[in-house]
Ligand binder design. Structure first.
Ligand code: SAH
Length: 356
């Protein structure tokens, strides 16, 4: 619950507003499990809240531990389905990759999660549970909303989860440590920019409609041109995220598919589309799975693509794939347990998806 929701709750009991702050502190600073533990609240308020509010703890199933240190957890959703998170160590960082939905309805053609369709959107509690109930919780430093689901297709729960994560009354993480990745849906994209200060990654994949539409079906109603236009207008008007306190990091993601979107001409189209926007580009090598005709781009194509952008002064990085051997890499979260593949090697990563 956000502080406003806690306020509503305690007002029903006729308690003063500052009690909401005290409860938030118990929940998010002390990780209290029971209303009865909250000893600075009056006893009668605690006793009235206890049957009304549950602080559940859910135990995830560890569904894989990759050779590169990445772990995958599987969580039971309230509605009966499952969803997944990944924990990715990287030097001093420990990044939690969270899901916003069980499955996804956007239908990106190169993504394994898409094949599940949408099972259910997660509640704020289910999103935050991936942090609160992870055994390594206290070591987590960064968050990426890049697990299952499209965050903007579950905007209210996602925004509330971001409020709890990044507010001083909540878990208190700097919004610079949180990144939301999205295909970009209108008008939710603007709400994300207006109501948060987190980093935003836009899944572009291609600039030209005729290349993006067959990959990302939402291009039809939510074209890249309009999404990038929103960012350009803000950059020109010096509105957040480009000024002041709203100065968070923007990036464009391109999953590199051989012969589909990895040509020099495509790189030039992306360069032209995003020119003038202070943002970086992340090139993601495609993580393969069986049953598609896609192939990963060869390294030399990725490097050639990168140099077109770099020559235009656009910071462009090639993302290293993590957790591929346990199906925890980008676009491979699909509710398949890899418990029996803990010693799987990279090269065996394809075979384990046959259960999907
Ligand atoms: N729904 C959000 C989060 C998706 S996961 C979004 O679309 O942004 C984060 C990134 O991984 C997205 O850019 C997504 O397009 C990409 N991705 C999906 N499947 C992939 C795969 N098999 N290999 C590499 N990247 C993939």
């Amino acid at each position: 619950m956000t502080r406003d929701q806690l306020l509503e709750l305690i007002q029903e009991h006729g308690a003063p507003g500052y009690r909401a702050g005290q409860i938030a502190e118990w929940l998010y600073k002390h990780h209290a499990r029971l209303a009865l533990e909250m000893v600075n609240l009056p006893k009668d308020l605690r006793e009235r809240l206890a049957p009304q509010v549950t602080v559940d703890s859910v135990r995830p199933e560890e569904a894989g531990h990759s050779g590169d240190g990445t772990r995958k957890y599987v969580w039971p959703a309230f509605g009966g389905d499952i969803y997944e998170s990944a924990l990715i160590p990287d030097g001093k960082r420990l990044t939690l990759c969270v899901s916003s939905q069980a499955g996804c309805r956007i239908g990106c053609k190169f993504c394994l999660t898409a094949r599940k369709g949408l099972k259910q959107s997660l509640s704020t509690a289910e999103i935050l549970s991936q942090f609160a109930n992870t055994p390594e919780r206290d070591a987590i430093t960064h968050f990426v909303y890049m697990g299952m689901g499209e965050p903007l297709d579950n905007i209210d729960a996602v925004l509330d989860s971001l409020r709890v994560l990044t507010s001083s009354w909540g878990y208190g993480f700097s919004p610079r440590r949180v990144t939301v990745s999205t295909v970009g849906l209108l008008p939710q994209f603007e709400r994300l920019l207006d109501e948060t200060e987190v980093n935003v990654a836009l899944s572009l994949h291609a600039a030209r409609r005729e290349v993006r539409l067959p990959l990302v079906p939402s291009e039809n109603q939510h074209p890249a041109k309009s999404l990038v236009g929103i960012l350009r207008d803000r950059a020109e008007l010096e509105l957040p995220p480009f000024t002041g306190t709203g100065r968070r990091r923007l990036s464009f993601e391109i999953t590199m598919l051989k012969g589909v979107n990895d040509s020099i001409a495509e790189a030039a189209a992306v360069r032209d589309l995003i020119s003038g926007i202070p943002a970086r580009v992340n090139l993601i090598p495609w993580n393969s799975f069986p049953g598609t005709s896609f192939e990963p781009s060869p390294r030399h194509s990725i490097l050639d693509y990168q140099s077109v952008l770099k020559r235009a002064g656009i910071m462009t990085t090639i993302r290293e794939s993590r957790g591929e051997d346990i199906g925890a890499a980008c676009g491979l979260l699909a509710g398949v347990s890899h418990r029996h593949n803990q010693s799987a090697t990279r090269s065996s990563s394809c075979g384990i998806y046959s259960a999907v």
